[in-house]
Ligand binder design. Structure first.
Ligand code: HEM
Length: 338
């Protein structure tokens, strides 16, 4: 007879939780923030200058501290991640100091490549060195934080022309700007979100960011006729009106493709928001956290198979890359030791 002792299961669950290293504030904790800052930084050619790299890393490792310097830090949550080349530079410096195991032990800097659909690049790899994700309920505070953070970086180190700042906002109670509810199938509980997003032994997380520009003339979000909505429901796989799943949705509808990956692999924690720019461009800033890169790779592969994800009929991806957001202990180690 197979008798299971509940107390033992509880104990090991408790131990497992204790063993999980702590993560940065933006990674998995549920948040009701109305706005986000997505600060996608390209550095000038300073990457081979170890002294500048160390200064930049120290600024990033202190990001929490910088956030506390705003006039009113209530509700402000911040996190920072590094791109492939920059991660390799940090790892090299730490290894030279004999401290290689203090940073990304057994983890590789994630490599993002272009994804093509029928010979055409549809998910371009655009690189980047530092990514700051901040969430809050006050646009002014997010600006204030962005400004303070920029000033902690060594002078002239940022390539301002290539750097992109996107300000995300919640729209119609968490709908995408196309009118579709977004984030419905995200992991719900704090524990589910943490399990999906966090690398247990480091508290770190892998992140993908992509900027999507919606084809608003196709979407006709303001006054769509019923036929238009019915067709777009099939592209997404859920009803625009209420988010319900479409029965027998097409093989290439967005939700069908993504569900298949999540069922086979695992869930991801999406934290995307709509944005709009003075040029009139508008769309979704896609950001997701996961404890491995493979799940993202499978999603992009699914999106670019055969005729492609029908999402491409309503939106164009203009930039993308992967980041690693170190765990809190890793950041602390970097600050002290680099
Ligand atoms: C223009 C860009 C995108 C838009 C407008 C969009 C929109 C949506 C919508 C409306 C849903 C259904 C509601 C929900 O569960 O959240 C959804 C689901 C989902 N999307 Fe996207 N999405 C975009 C890009 C992406 C990308 C790039 C990925 C993957 C890397 C992705 C992964 C997912 C996943 C995993 C689900 C949940 C599927 C499920 O289990 O039901 N999405 N998306």
């Amino acid at each position: 007879m197979n008798i299971r002792c509940n107390c033992k299961t509880d104990e090991s669950e408790e131990q497992r939780k204790k063993k999980m290293a702590e993560s940065q504030q933006t990674v998995y904790e549920p948040s009701d923030a109305q706005y986000a800052l997505y600060y996608w930084i390209h550095l000038k050619d300073v990457k081979n200058d170890d002294e500048i790299v160390k200064q930049i890393v120290r600024s990033c490792a202190q990001i929490d501290h910088t956030a506390q310097r705003v006039d009113d830090p209530t509700d402000l949550k911040v996190g920072v991640g590094f791109g492939k080349q920059f991660l390799e530079q940090i790892t090299k410096i730490m290894q030279e100091k004999g401290l290689g195991t203090n940073f990304m032990p057994n983890l590789k800097a994630p490599e993002y490549t272009d994804w093509k659909l029928k010979q055409e690049i549809v998910l371009p790899s655009t690189g980047g060195d530092i990514f700051v994700h901040a969430k809050g309920n006050n646009v002014g505070t997010l600006y204030e934080f962005q400004h303070l953070f920029f000033n902690t970086l060594p002078e002239q180190s940022v390539d301002v022309a290539k750097t992109n700042i996107t300000r995300g906002f919640t729209y119609q109670n968490h709908r995408d700007i196309s009118g579709y509810m977004d984030g419905i199938a995200n992991p719900l509980t704090t524990e589910e979100r943490r399990n999906a997003a966090v690398v247990a032994n480091t508290g770190g997380s892998f992140v993908v960011t992509q900027k999507w520009e919606h084809l608003m003339n196709v979407i006709q979000v303001e006054r769509p006729d019923n036929d238009t909505v019915a067709i777009q429901d099939l592209w997404i796989g859920r009803k625009r009106e209420n988010g319900r799943l479409i029965e027998n949705m097409p093989r290439t509808s967005h939700v069908k493709l993504m569900r298949q990956v999540q069922e086979r692999n695992q869930q991801i924690v999406r934290q995307s928001l709509p944005y709009t720019e003075e040029s009139g461009r508008t769309g979704l800033f896609f950001l997701a956290y996961a404890n491995n890169i493979q799940v993202f790779e499978e999603m992009f592969e699914a999106m670019t198979q055969e005729t492609g994800d029908m999402l491409f009929l309503m939106s164009t991806n203009t930039s993308g890359t992967y980041w690693y957001f170190p765990g809190l202990m890793e950041l602390k180690n970097l600050h002290i030791n680099i």
